[in-house]
Structures are given as C-alpha cells and as structure tokens.
Design a protein around this ligand. Sequence first.
Ligand code: NAD
Length: 359
Amino acid sequence: MSKKILVLPGDGIGQEIIAEAMKMIGCLQNEFELDVVVDEALVGGSAYDAVGSPLPETTLDLAREADAVLLGAVGGTKWESLDISLRPEKGLLGLRKELGLFANLRPAILYPQLADASTLKPEVVSGLDMMIVRELTGGIYFGQPRGVKELESGEKEGFNTLVYRESEVDRIVRVAMDIAMKRGKRLCSVDKANVLECTEMWRNVAIEAGKDYPEVELSHMYVDNAAMQLVRAPKQFDVMVTTNMFGDILSDCAAMLTGSIGMLPSASLDENGKGMYEPIHGSAPDIAGKGVANPLATILSVAMMLRYSLDNAGMADKIEQAVDQVLDQGLRTPDIMSDGCKEVGTEEMGDAVIAALMG
Ligand code: NAD
C-alpha cells in the first residue's frame, strides 16, 4: 500500500525550499518507483492568515493520517505581535505535541568540501559526524506551572517548571542507544545532575536503560562542559542524548560547527517510527523571496524521511551521495559560498541534485 506524506511548506523560505523537495519527491516517484501519495496543507503564519490558526484542525487531521510529514519552516516578523497562542511557532510545537514526536534527531555533519565554511579550525571540525538526540515533548518547555505572576510587593515573578517522568527519559535514551548501535556505539548523556534533581534522575534512568545495551559505551557530561567540549573537540562525540532545552541549545551550537544551518536536516519521531522531517533552520525572512535559500537541508530531510519512516535506506543513501556530488562539482548557494566555487540559487541547486541522482 502507498505511504502517505504530508507536506507543509509554512512561511518565508519554507515555500522555496519545499518546492525543491517536491521536485525531488516527484523524481523519486517517476524515475525510482517510490510509492507515495503526497498531500499539502497550511501551517504557521500562512495558516493563520488563511484561517486564523497556526495549526488548523484539517492540517492536524492530515498529519495524523500521514506516515511522514515534511515541513519547511514557520515564522516571520509579520506575526511577531500576535498573542503567543496564535504565533506561527505554536503550529510547530502543536504538531510535535499532538503527534507525540518525542525524539528529535539532529545530525551535525561537516562535509569535507565545506570545511572552510566553519568558524572553527578545519582540523577541529573536519570529518565531524555526530548525532544529537533531543527529547522534544517534555521538560521545561511544557512543564506546569508556568507563567508570570505579580507579587505583593508589585514586582513580577516569572516561573517555569522542569519536569520529566522516568518513562519519558527511558524511551528517549533507548532511541539514542538504538541509533548508537547503528553508528559508533558511543552515547553521551548530557545533564546537570550536580544542580537539578530532575536531571539527576535522568542520569540514573540512563544508566539503568544502558544495562540493556552492553555494547554501547555510555558516558555522562554536565551541560556546561558539553557546550565547551562541542567547540573544543567535537569529534569526540558519536551520539549525544539530552533534555528538550539543553538539546535545543547544544544542537544549534553543533549546527554552527558545520558552517551553515542551510545544510542540516532533522527528524522528529514518535514511538512507531512515524516522523516529521524538517531543516533545522527557520523561515529566514531576510532572504525570503530572493531565490537564494539553500535547499540542501530540506532535500537531506527527505533522505532522513526515507530512512526512518519509509523504510528505504537505499534511496536515502542515493540522495545523500547526490548532495555530496553536487558539492564536489563546486556548486554553492550564497550561505556556503567560497573562493573558486560557482554560486547558484535555490532552484539551480535543487535541479543539480536531481541531475546527480539521475546519474
Ligand atoms: P533562521 O534560521 O530563519 O535564520 C538565521 C540566519 O540563517 C538568517 O541569516 C538566514 O538568512 C540564514 N538561513 C537560514 N536558513 C537558510 C537557508 N536555507 N539558506 C541560507 N541561509 C539560511 O532563524 P531566525 O532568523 O532566528 O528566525 C526567523 C524566523 O524563523 C522566526 O520567526 C523564528 O521563530 C522562525 N524559526 C522557525 C523554525 C522552524 O520552523 N523550525 C526554526 C527556527 C526559527
């Protein structure tokens, strides 16, 4: 039976980069017999403009029915003054929560061709290939109580709650362990167990879960040290697992080791392998509509979708090889441009990857 993909372009450059991913999916359907049905729907600011909600019920229903969701990006200055419950980002958080996408996989890979694009010395980052597994539906971003209250003195007090259940920690650690088993068999669990009781529990649960994976070398690191080690010697890491907020920060840091956020895909998975796939960057309002956005993170998100939700690792490998080939040819969007290379726009880059795929 055909698998169902729901495509959500979103806002800003989301529209432009998803257009290239759609061309890629069309090519896979026509030339490589990929058996998928593709639907498209609104999310984020464009959904708010059309129907008054960043996550319309129809979009959510289609997302629930789909085997995989491919998302561009949401957000933009136009919607920044809206009430927080109506902002585009609520569409994204709502999808993650409603679909139970608790495991966020963010690879940080430095393509050798782009070693100069990193702000770190090439010898520090060259050959970097790590995976950050971030818990996505719990922790301080969702914990209750939360808010800002006024004290008797008239001063305001803001508060959020860091909360995790053992079961939430156990399932994310196991996802990370499974990934480590398919890679270098090393997992670093990042916490702040010296200060936060909740993450002391996290560490204990990780140790217990680790007993079922005797082949995986499990280590633990405080988040402040992990941030330092990521910029000091990032190649020491294979797979890293951490909480929602720590993962949010560390994965952006790891992304910049690779030079451009325009290169990095991500996957967010539920317990059954259903996933939402998206580039890690946002809607880039500063370059939206100019035809210069790098579509490679989105195209590589299609590869992750094939690998993790559509059971087609072979095709995923082919797309990744095609991206590698295009970089070898010296084609670069402005964000990864360097001396001696040829600057291309969004469409030209997408076309080049398809041409490389077709061989
Ligand atoms: P951003 O990722 O959109 O942009 C940061 C910088 O990176 C900008 O200079 C941008 O031009 C550049 N950039 C991003 N993607 C690129 C690409 N594919 N090719 C070339 N350059 C690229 O982050 P921001 O500026 O902080 O946020 C803009 C909007 O996006 C905000 O509304 C924010 O809330 C939203 N956002 C959405 C997501 C998401 O949809 N997952 C993630 C982050 C931010």
